[in-house]
Design a protein around this ligand. Structure first.
Ligand code: SF4
Length: 272
């Protein structure tokens, strides 16, 4: 497929990518031949069948994007698993302390809209960057109790713009990408015909079966609502196609680290 379609970059997304170490290794090997990198999205739960596997250090050309829905109980509640956040955070801090470049990603829904800033605040001191996207309705137009669409998305994006001004590159999303995520703009580029994810990306299952229209689909059973799409990947493509410099900086997050704050020195200062 690399050869046939001229693939230059791969993103492994969930399910849970770290359950498929052999496939990640195959991706790493293929990318290395082409001098490119790959990303793997993970919930960072250790795999009991492969407890020694450390995705942060396993591949010199692979970078981990960690799913974080909120801080502490907010993540646990969103994932319906008590204690999960503590596991995720300790793995993230250990990897960042060992010098790994890491991005967290938050799928924003009604229940965690207020968690964007706590996440930025929690990870900034450790040199870990954060990004976000909105949950996309699957097999439905939109559930207003869950999906942030329409006027609510407008208001949310206005607030995220303010956070971007405050937190700068700690929030790894460009202004253009945010603008393109407004529902009224999504309706201009979204859909199986025009969507950049359909035009410039190929999505396959772990068995190599092609997904249509995009990575969010799951055969005939799981059909994403393009008009309410919250995925940030198409906006990354659109920004890159316009040579928007801030979107290009966003895309190359793995070549830079967040600013690491010396918290020990800060606490000493605080006690003077
Ligand atoms: S769901 Fe979003 S990313 Fe997928 S094809 Fe539709 S608009 Fe594109």
């Amino acid at each position: 497929m690399f050869e046939e379609h001229g693939v230059v970059f791969i993103i492994a997304v969930g399910g849970e990518t770290t359950l498929y170490r052999d496939r990640l290794q195959a991706i790493a090997d293929e990318c290395r031949k082409r001098w490119t990198w790959f990303w793997m999205v993970s919930n960072l739960l250790p795999n009991p069948a492969d407890p020694d596997f450390d995705p942060f250090s396993a591949f010199d050309n692979g970078y981990v994007i960690a799913s974080v829905d909120g801080v502490e109980k907010h993540h646990d509640d969103s994932r319906k698993r008590k204690g999960l956040y503590d596991v995720v955070e300790s793995r993230l801090f250990a990897a960042a302390g060992a010098g790994r470049t890491i991005l967290t990603t938050t799928t924003v829904h009604v229940g965690n809209l207020d968690q964007i800033e706590p996440i930025l605040s929690r990870f900034k001191g450790h040199g870990i960057l954060s990004t976000l996207e909105f949950a996309t309705p699957i097999n439905e137009a939109a559930n207003l109790m869950f999906h942030v669409v329409g006027e609510r998305r407008e208001a949310a994006i206005d607030r995220i713009f303010a956070l971007k001004m405050k937190w700068g590159w700690q929030l790894n999303v460009s202004p253009l990408m945010l603008e393109l995520m407004r529902t009224r703009n999504v309706r201009r580029w979204g859909g199986p015909k025009n969507c950049p994810s359909v035009r410039y990306a190929i999505s396959v299952t772990t068995e190599g079966v092609r997904k249509s229209p995009c990575v969010l689909a799951g055969g005939a059973e799981l059909v994403p609502s393009c008009s309410n799409c919250g995925c940030h990947v198409p906006t990354l493509f659109l920004g890159a196609l316009r040579f928007d410099i801030l979107t290009l900086i966003t895309a190359f997050w793995f070549l830079r680290r967040g600013r690491k704050v010396n918290t020990e020195a800060m606490s000493e200062l605080a006690t003077v």
